[in-house]
Design a protein around this ligand. Structure first.
Ligand SMILES: [Zn+2]
Length: 59
């Protein structure tokens, strides 16, 4: 079990590097029982999608 703090750090690191298998498992496991972090991860994913979309529109 990991804390919300650890989960949110993993979720943000996921945007910059690929997580290890263990980290992915820990994060996914945490998200199963933590609705707050699920929302947070969605936000991260939305932001990174938005950024990607913006980047690709640039050229
Ligand atoms: Zn959490």
């Amino acid at each position: 079990m990991i804390s919300c703090k650890r989960a949110s750090r993993l979720a943000s690191e996921k945007q910059e590097r690929s997580l290890t298998l263990k980290e992915r498992f820990l994060l996914r496991w945490h998200l199963l029982y933590c609705a707050g972090c699920r929302r947070m991860v969605k936000q991260f994913e939305f932001l990174s999608e938005a950024t990607r979309g913006w980047m690709s529109h640039k050229d």
